[in-house]
Design a protein around this ligand. Structure first.
Ligand code: GDP
Ligand code: MG
Length: 388
């Protein structure tokens, strides 16, 4: 099933699930069937929101029980997490669409320009937004789409198609070594969520029964080391640390030695991200990498750049700069739950060509997911499709 069809499917399933609760809403809709397109769009988004809340509250206790019993998470739970984490983005996008169609008179040039602005506003990226609008012009012509619902669905179809097309060669899974040590180096500007993401990932691996070790190579601030130690306690994994101000490379050396001695499965390395001094940062990261390689020539197996989704274009610029500084293998996109601009994932894929590997969907220890492009897109657009 193609991605767009998958969303359509999710949309239909949602409708069926909520049919019993929706009877009042449904009859209301029938009564006002002759109302303008503007209210039609607004109303169906309300229905979707209500139903979302109901499913979430009924599923929550069951989710919690399952977590302790089952090793592998149910795919449906992951999907729910995405839907929850992306609710702000979805709502904003929905509001913008509603606005767009409230002013809708005909599909003219002004309309397409509004579509472009809407997409840029969602951090989809300038080039990508232009491309979508262009393809939309074509498609609307071919389909001779006139009704708002048909046009809205076509916008989403274009977004999904483009997103899917660019991701064909992408590897979103982390490069884990089978029966051998996996070394993941985390880089990124302060405050983006490196330490938090390491803590969450350590917890996940620990749950899987793996032996995990953390390295506190952000020795620049005392608070940074303590914070990682705290996460180590929460995740029940050990932290290799040095003193504040000590050489990060020496901490990494200690951690590599210990990981090998203790036959650890995973070593996660926290680093300081002082982008204001690019040369120093580059030297520091190079030195760390050299030490890692000397101990294990196949490592590091991932260099993960952590970026904060709420910072939009800034995150894109950081990613660009880090890409020039060191060999980044993938992105950790944090705080997707706190932004209304989840479109940044599309921009990253289309403009930076770096795979997103992990996404942060909240501050809790369980709020990190291996990036699943399909779940992401469903989480982003579910409920936005209109009945034609
Ligand atoms: N809402 C939300 N907050 C996050 C997420 N990831 C990190 N944070 C918060 O971002 C802040 C900075 O995180 P931290 O790990 O200290 O960043 P670092 O400086 O890169 O190590 C903390 O308050 C975290 O709780 C996320 O996915 N969602
Ligand atoms: Mg930190």
């Amino acid at each position: 099933m193609g991605l767009f069809d998958k969303i359509k499917h999710a949309f239909v399933k949602d409708k069926e699930e909520n049919q019993t609760e929706d009877t009042t809403q449904e009859s209301l809709e029938e009564e006002k069937a002759d109302e303008s397109a503007e209210t039609e769009v607004a109303k169906s988004s309300e229905t979707e929101e209500e139903s979302e809340e109901t499913t979430e509250s009924t599923n929550f206790p069951a989710d919690e029980q399952e977590e302790t019993e089952e090793i592998e998470e149910q795919p449906a739970d992951t999907q729910k997490k995405y839907e929850k984490g992306l609710s702000k983005t979805r709502k904003t996008f929905k509001d913008r669409m509603n606005e767009l169609f409230a002013n809708f008179r005909s599909v003219d040039e002004d309309f397409f320009e509004e579509v472009e602005n809407t997409l840029i506003g969602a951090d989809v990226g300038f080039d990508t937004s232009m491309r979508i609008a262009d393809e939309l012009r074509e498609e609307v012509k071919i389909k001779n789409a006139k009704k708002p619902a048909a046009v809205q669905n076509t916008i989403i179809e274009k977004l999904v198609d483009l997103y899917e097309e660019e991701g064909e060669m992408e590897v979103n899974e982390l490069n884990e070594q089978q029966n051998d040590l996996s070394v993941f180096l985390f880089v990124g500007v302060n405050g983006t969520g490196k330490t938090t993401s390491i803590g969450k990932l350590a917890h996940q691996y620990r749950q899987e029964g793996k032996k995990v070790l953390l390295a506190a190579a952000d020795t620049f601030r005392a608070g940074a080391i303590d914070q990682l130690v705290q996460w180590g306690e929460r995740a029940d994994v050990e932290v290799v640390r040095g003193n504040t101000g000590s050489d990060p490379a020496s901490v990494v050396f200690d951690a590599m030695t210990r990981a090998k001695e203790e036959q650890a499965d995973v070593l996660l390395i926290d680093t300081a991200g002082r982008l204001q001094n690019k040369v120093n940062l580059m030297n520091e990261l190079d030195k760390i990498k050299r030490i890692i390689k000397r101990e294990d020539p196949t490592a590091p197996h991932e260099v993960l750049l952590v970026v904060d989704a709420t910072t939009g274009q800034n995150a894109m610029n950081q990613a660009q700069q880090f890409k020039e500084t060191t060999d980044v293998t993938g992105l950790v996109l944090t705080k997707l739950d706190g932004t209304a601009k989840g479109g940044i994932v599309l921009a990253i894929r289309n403009e930076l060509h770096l795979p997103v590997k992990l996404v942060g969907l909240g501050e809790g220890i369980d709020d990190l997911e291996v990036f699943d492009p399909n779940d992401f897109v469903v989480g982003l657009f579910k409920g936005l499709l209109q009945e034609e």
